[in-house]
Design a protein around this ligand. Structure first.
Ligand SMILES: Nc1ncnc2c1ncn2[C@@H]1O[C@H](COP(=O)(O)OP(=O)(O)OP(=O)(O)O)[C@@H](O)[C@H]1O
Length: 769
């Protein structure tokens, strides 16, 4: 060690001018440092994901290791006196740092491996480790065991991927933009951290959840109630905002800790003069279906956008955190988040803008509008498994399709914006409890709605419309026994009120099908059925049995002729758990009705897109109503010649999620202008109707024709008469004229003669003279 080295060691950390010290140009030492900084900056710019960032930090760590090694080599220790060394302590410290760095590096590697295993990608700095399981919440974040118990009581045994990462981030107060497939549990992912962060009730909103539709707001509210069962926090949803109710709403909001609302309703309340709602204590602002709420640009002044901006302004607390969730990701949202959310973490599960891989997707070419109805009815005959959602592109088409299907004996209903709030609530409730099997809907239900057990989504109109054979929200899980306090109006209603379809082998055919052949041939599967009771057996029963019933698995058929009080008996409190009984009380009115009554709901998962969705994003959300919470699903999308413009993007989504699509579809030309137009305006389609225009009664038609003929003849006669009169008048006039002329002529004639005579007379007189 020379004098320079000693000097360097003693002055480490100090800055001084070289010239002052007489050091000329120590380019050798300074240059490499500058270069190293440049490299680091470049790497920082390139690293756009967490792995990169981690790699980068690992890299820096190894750099620093390199430095330490170098220092260690240099640092033999400064020998001031014999046996006394300066720098020993430092060496130990560096060694300790080195092991800590190594430990951190290993931890990061482990975290990344775990994320990869669950398809989680993150972008951002210092991303918290994803949760291993729910029990970790107590150990790591001190979450109350009661809250964790509630989660498990909800049937959530382990967190879904988005929950693993999003919950950890939010519990560490980090703002996030989370994108995860439909039905992957995003609602619980934001509700759990909120419930923990708010702790005890404090009066006044401290968490606000915004979503695009009222139905979705109610669904989130219900989930919040479920999860907050163990805490005292008050949660409320902003319901109808009639003028008379405004004060009531204000009072509820001021008492609540968590508010769920659509931006529209909340802004309406905020803008009332006599309402005083303060959102300045809001700590967490959650935006569900973020891409929908940020649709359109500020310049386009989309309603949602403007409302969002007003609400963001009202949530003025400095501690306010924003978290955005959606199944689809759009550049507009990403840009907004980058500019407005400090320390943002992007969480993506699976591939961005991909459909859930739990749904088996099919495309069905129907040729034209009539073809769609045929295809739909074929699906029904083949044994469509309810509950089914059918998407159509407009309110009018929803009404038309409903009119068509209501006579098919399918338990169908329709939901669209023209229906009153109460009707909409009733429809959703009926669908959830299984009273409705097929629900026809517009885009209104395309996002967020969670109908457990939806097996089929029909996109009836290839992009923008769908026939929804939807059971509006059937929730079969867990309900084993339903007591009907009031007597159900019909057996169908009865079945829907209380049936637990998991494993149930009971079918009550209240009405019998018109013919046995139709009944048998239309898809009944008797496997697993142990007992069939035909309550009122039709006279053609023997023929019915012999004509091809499939008895696989049927153990016993009782042709029972039971008194009418049996119905009361059966209907008043039957517990269907483990029942292997089919009672055909009355033959069903149609085979379709029969099929639907006897459906096996175990593992059902079907969605039909009757109208083609307007965009790939709409498609992803629609089919996401099936295949939820790990259940398998199926989606069929009808398309016609008119839908080819949008076909490629949807076929690509299908391919991306592992479904087979014909190669030609992926190579179809797309017109970007047309596609943009489709998103704003649905294509015009022929009316959904097979009802022929009613022919008028023949006799009436003849009478009408005759009357018309009479009218015609009358009128021709009248015309003729009029003509004659006119002619006569003309003739008279002409005659008169002629007369006049002749008189005139006559007059002229006498005068000429007179003149002649006078002239003669005059000449005679002259000659006499
Ligand atoms: N950890 C879990 N384990 C099992 N089921 C869960 C879990 N978390 C949520 N679920 C269930 O998964 C279903 C879908 O959840 P949720 O509605 O939150 O999905 P989502 O991701 O918001 O869907 P979408 O994008 O369509 O709005 C719900 O029925 C919910 O109860």
């Amino acid at each position: 060690m020379d004098a320079y080295d000693i000097f360097k060691k003693l002055t480490k950390g100090l800055t001084f001018k070289h010239r002052v010290l007489g050091v000329k140009n120590n380019s050798q030492n300074s240059k490499p440092t500058v270069k190293k900084e440049e490299i680091e900056i470049k790497e920082e710019q390139l690293s756009d994901n967490e792995e990169d960032i981690q790699n980068h930090s690992d890299h820096s760590a190894s750099d620093s290791e390199g430095d330490t090694d170098q220092d260690e080599k240099d640092d033999g220790g400064l020998q001031l006196l014999d046996g006394v060394k300066v720098g020993q302590k430092k060496k130990k410290k560096e060694k300790k740092e080195k092991t800590e760095d190594l430990k951190k590096k290993l931890e990061l590697e482990e975290q990344n491996r775990f994320r990869n295993e669950h398809g989680i990608k993150t972008v951002g700095r210092h991303v918290p480790a994803a949760l291993q399981d729910f029990s970790e919440l107590t150990a790591r974040y001190n979450i109350s065991p009661a809250l964790v118990d509630t989660v498990t009581q909800c049937g959530y045994s382990e967190p879904t991927p988005v929950q693993r990462q999003a919950i950890a981030c939010m519990l560490e107060d980090r703002q996030i933009l989370a994108c995860a497939p439909t039905g992957s549990g995003k609602t619980a992912a934001f509700l759990l951290p909120i419930l923990h962060a708010l702790g005890a009730p404090a009066g006044g909103p401290r968490a606000l959840v915004l979503c695009p539709t009222r139905e979705l707001a109610h669904q989130i509210y219900r989930e919040a109630l479920r999860l907050s069962a163990s805490c005292q926090l008050r949660c409320s949803v902003v319901r109808s905002i009639k003028e008379s109710k405004v004060k009531e709403r204000e009072a509820t909001i001021r008492k609540s800790d968590i508010i769920v609302s659509t931006p529209n309703r909340l802004c309406y309340l905020l803008n009332q003069d006599n309402v005083n709602i303060s959102l300045d204590k809001v700590k967490w602002l959650i935006i569900d279906e973020a891409d929908k709420l940020f649709e359109g640009s500020a310049e386009q002044s989309s309603d949602f956008r403007q409302q969002m901006e007003q609400i963001l302004g009202a949530c003025s607390s400095k501690q306010r955190r924003v978290a955005m969730f959606s199944a689809t990701h759009t550049p507009a949202v990403a840009k907004w988040c980058r500019h407005h959310m400090k320390g943002l973490i992007n969480v993506t599960v699976g591939q961005r803008n991909a459909a859930t891989n739990l749904v088996d997707q099919e495309l069905c070419f129907c040729g034209n509008e009539n073809g769609k109805l045929v295809a739909f009815r074929q699906l029904v005959q083949q044994g469509l498994k309810p509950p089914v959602l059918v998407f159509v592109q407009s309110k009018d088409r929803a009404k038309q399709l409903f009119k068509e299907l209501i006579y098919d004996g399918i338990n169908v209903d329709v939901i669209h914006a023209d229906r009153t709030q109460q009707q909409r609530d009733n429809v959703v409730r009926s669908f959830r409890v299984g009273r409705i099997w097929v629900l026809i809907c517009t885009e209104l239900m395309g996002r967020g709605m969670d109908f457990r057990g939806v097996n089929l989504v029909i996109n009836y109109d290839f992009p923008p419309s769908a026939i929804a054979y939807i059971h509006r929200g059937m929730d079969f899980r867990g309900v084993n026994l339903v007591i009907n306090y009031d007597f159900p109006p019909s057996a169908i209603a009865y079945i829907h009120r209380g049936m637990d379809f998991r494993g149930v082998n009971l079918v009550i055919n209240y009405d019998f099908p018109p013919s046995a052949i139709a009944y048998i041939h239309r898809g009944m599967d008797f496997r697993g059925v142990n007992l069939v009771i035909n309550y009122d057996f039709p006279p053609s029963a023997i023929a019915y049995i012999h004509r091809g019933m499939d008895f696989r698995g049927v153990n016993l058929v009782i042709n029972y002729d039971f008194p009418p009080s049996a119905i009361a008996y059966i209907h008043r409190g039957m517990d269907f758990r483990g029942v292997n009984l089919v009672i055909n009380y009355d033959f069903p009115p149609s085979a379709i009705a029969y099929i639907h009554r006897g459906m096996d709901f175990r593992g059902v998962n079907l969605v039909i897109n009757y109208d083609f969705p307007p965009s790939a994003i709409a498609y992803i959300h629609r089919i996401g109503r099936a295949g939820r919470a790990g259940q398998k699903g199926r989606a069929i999308t009808f398309f016609t010649q008119d839908d080819v413009g949008n076909l490629r993007s949807i076929a690509s989504v299908m391919k991306q999620s592992g479904c087979q699509v014909p190669e030609y579809m992926l190579q179809l030309r797309q017109n970007p202008n047309k596609r943009k137009k489709l998103q704003t305006k649905a294509p015009s389609r022929d009316k959904i109707s097979t009802v022929l225009e009613k022919r008028p009664d023949k006799r009436r038609l003849e009478a009408a024709n005759k009357a018309l003929e009479d009218d015609k003849t009358k009128s021709t006669e009248a015309i003729k008469n009029a003509k004659n009169n006119k002619q006569r008048r003309i003739q008279n006039l002409e005659q008169q004229k002629q007369k006049n002329n002749s008189i005139e002529k006559g007059k002229n004639g006498i005068s000429k003669r007179k003149k002649k005579n006078l002239a003669k007379k005059n000449s005679n007189k002259k000659s006499v003279k």
